[in-house]
Design a protein around this ligand. Structure first.
Ligand code: FAD
Length: 292
């Protein structure tokens, strides 16, 4: 049940949405953007938030496009999880994003929920953030001062807190076109099918022509309040043979990095840490199979 009245706005452009956000901020009134409503509406139903103004992005055109721009893929903030999962462009050039989108919630959530909404809400168990961090994604944001670009690493700053301003709209996320010698995988440990991740691990492995490691990146959710990227292994494992010893080194590094995971009802901190190791091993193995 929605517990408090609010005023609904339906702007038809990003600029109009930004003007509304700015006006609310100047008047000291709480305003929230509405995308798919899959996180905002449950939060309102539970009484966790009660914005005086809701600014729907559902009448703004151009937010739902996925297009290739040279060696970059630009994904509109309004692209749904379903569209991400089904996109041929993404399946071909950045399959880890399609794989990630496909494991979010259930059919209803994927049909309505959007990439931008997931970033804006930023649940620490959300699946996109660790993947966007390992891909070095760039976020395009529009505010009263114009457009700015923020690196994924600088967006997720604390538990359910992003660096996006209250008067800013995320419009698109840019990720690189991955080369054919790159294998990626996103694996997720959940209590029930379609549930939020207890631990989620994304792996990116690019091979040299001789099969050794050219580049390895791992991003993890569930290990800390913000997504963790295993930067410690990125230089030390370059040019090494990708064998069982290599995979164990990555899994051990993940275990060491996840030294203080947030305990939850179904998984205490020690258990989560062990699952970080197990799911990192699985993600890297799958990425290797896909790279060769
Ligand atoms: C049953 C259920 C299961 C779920 N399971 C998962 C799961 O397994 N994994 C997972 O990652 N998520 C899961 N989710 C969350 C889901 O992914 C949501 O779709 C997502 O978190 C929010 O997207 P939305 O488009 O619905 O945003 P909304 O709910 O409309 O908005 C969420 C927040 O983002 C802000 N916002 C929206 N768009 C923008 C924008 N363009 N710029 C700036 N701020 C914006 C809003 O103001 C609001 O604060 C689940 C949700 C439900 C209800």
């Amino acid at each position: 049940m929605i517990r408090a009245p609010f005023q609904l706005h339906r702007p038809d452009s990003i600029d109009a949405a930004v003007r509304l956000l700015s006006r609310c901020a100047q008047n000291g009134e709480d305003a929230k953007l509405l995308a798919g409503g899959q996180s905002l509406l449950p939060s309102m139903n539970l009484g966790l938030v009660a914005p005086a103004h809701i600014i729907s992005l559902n009448h703004v055109t151009g937010l739902d496009a996925i297009r290739r721009d040279g060696e970059t893929l630009a994904i509109g903030a309004g692209v749904t999880h379903y569209a991400l999962a089904e996109s041929e462009v993404l399946q071909t050039h950045c399959p880890i994003l399609s794989e990630t989108a496909a494991c979010i919630g259930d059919v209803q959530v994927r049909n309505r929920g959007t990439l931008g909404g997931s970033i804006g809400h930023f649940d620490p168990a959300a699946d996109y953030p660790p993947v966007l961090v390992l891909l070095d994604a760039a976020f395009q944001v529009v505010g009263p001062g114009g457009e700015r670009t923020v690196a994924a690493q600088d967006v997720f700053v604390d538990y359910m807190t992003t660096s996006l301003g209250a008067d800013e709209v995320l419009t698109a996320i840019r990720v690189p076109v991955l080369s054919s010698d790159t294998g990626t995988a996103y694996v997720k440990f959940t209590r029930v099918e379609g549930g939020f991740a207890i631990v989620g691990v994304g792996a990116y492995l690019r091979l040299n022509p001789d099969g050794t490691c050219r580049s390895i990146r791992v991003g993890i959710c569930g290990a800390a309040p913000v997504p963790v990227r295993l930067t410690t292994i990125e230089d030390t494992l370059t040019d090494r043979a990708v064998d069982d010893t290599f995979i164990e080194a990555v899994a051990d590094a993940a275990y060491e990095t996840a030294h203080d995971p947030v305990a939850e009802l179904h998984a205490d901190a020690d258990y989560k840490r062990e699952m970080v190791r197990v799911f990192t091993r699985r993600a890297v193995k799958t990425a290797l199979e896909r790279a060769t």
